[in-house]
Structure formats: structure tokens, C-alpha cells
Unconditional design. Sequence first.
Length: 257
Amino acid sequence: MKTLVDPNIFLTYRTKDIQTKMSSNPTCVDISESPDEALSRLDINDYDQAPVVSNQVVIGWVLRRELRNANEVEDVLHHLSHKDLIGDESPLDDALQRLLKQELIFTIGADGIVGFIVRSDIQRHVSRAHMYLLISGLEILMTKHLELDRISVDVLVSLMGKDNHAAWLRAREGSSDANPIEYLDTLGLAKALSNNQRIMNHIAMTKQDWLTYMYTLKRIRNWVAHGNTQELTAYPFVDIVRILKKAEDVVKRLNSF
């Protein structure tokens, strides 16, 4: 099948789009201050981590939880190294993947370190837009495959939610061409697609694993679409990033089916 979703859609946003700029005078920890002084400022702002500076030069980063039992900031300093750096023009997805292994990374621009990114930046508008684009791409692909499968209208209707069914009925009254597939939500599309065993084999998932996965992806979709950052940040960061990485893999597999 011809590619239906351009993979470049995943490269729309860059690390610089969610970074906290060093030029904006962010909260930093000075290597010479006491852990109690640093904790006081981090606690007030509810920051879990912060860059560490010496004479206004970034030398690494520190975690708030590690400061609590430290005698000196130096004792828990994560010294700056190559693994802490990412280009500010790198794809946003690359930054999210890097944040799986550590909780702060610095962005590099033409003038050196220009900012930093932390896990809580996943709730920013740009991050949510990135996730929404990815999930929407998967929905588009599922829709296209279902159109080729020529599933009966009765089956599609049975997979519609109550509100979507009512909307489809209203649309059909005005046009006999109202496509029932367009009125399936994320999980409805997934359920319909799960009946195609060839596709399930191609994406290397059992029907049950596919539906369980898509149920979780639908929840994330609702959070990012409606700006519900409370649930988004309450869900483990590493789980969200891995779920989204799986969605990217599924999109690529469906593109190649």
C-alpha cells in the first residue's frame, strides 16, 4: 500500500520548542550554596531538578530528592557530560526518549548551552501537540485500512459511541454519503481493525494486546486533546513515552502493509 501518513509528521517539533531558556533566568542551584538553601527554592517552585552553576557557568544538574540527605551540593552533583546534551534542533521525540534514562538534559545551540528540558515538559502545549499529531496519524491509517476492508455498516454502527452514533444519524439525514467509519473514536477504529488478522500479524500483536494497548492510547489522546495535564502528569512519564514510541512503530508498520 502507498504510504498514507508522511513519517516527517513526527519531526514537526524540535527540542527548542519546549526548552526552558537559560536566558530567561531559570531557577538554578549554585555549587557553593548549601543543600538546604537549594531545597528551599526548589520546594517553593515544586521543581524536581535544576541546573547547577559555578560562577554562572553550567557544570551539571541535581535532583531535589538527592539534596535532602546531602552535606554539600557537590555530593549529589551530576557532572555535565556528553549524555546530558542534545541539539536544540533535534526532533522533540529524541528528547523524550533521552528523558527515559535521566531527568534533565541540556539543549545546545550556536552559543553552547541555551536551555534545558525536564520530564514535566511533556505537559507543555507543544509536547501535547506532538503527541496528538502522532495519535491522529495512527487514526488516519486505521481509517484508510478499514475503508479497504469494506466492513458492513451494521458492524461499524455497533462500534460507535452513543454521541457519535447520534451525530452519524444526523449526518446521514442530510447526506447518504455519510461515512460511518469517520464516526468511530480511537477505540472503535481499533476494534474494527482487530478483525483483520493479516494486519494484526503485520503489526506483530495479538488482538487482545492490540485492544489493551489502544485503550491506553485513547486515554492519552483524551488527555492531550483536552489539555488535561493533571492526569497526563500523574501517569508515569516512562510509560507514556514508551506507549507513544509504540504508536510510531505501529504507524510505520501500517504504512508498509
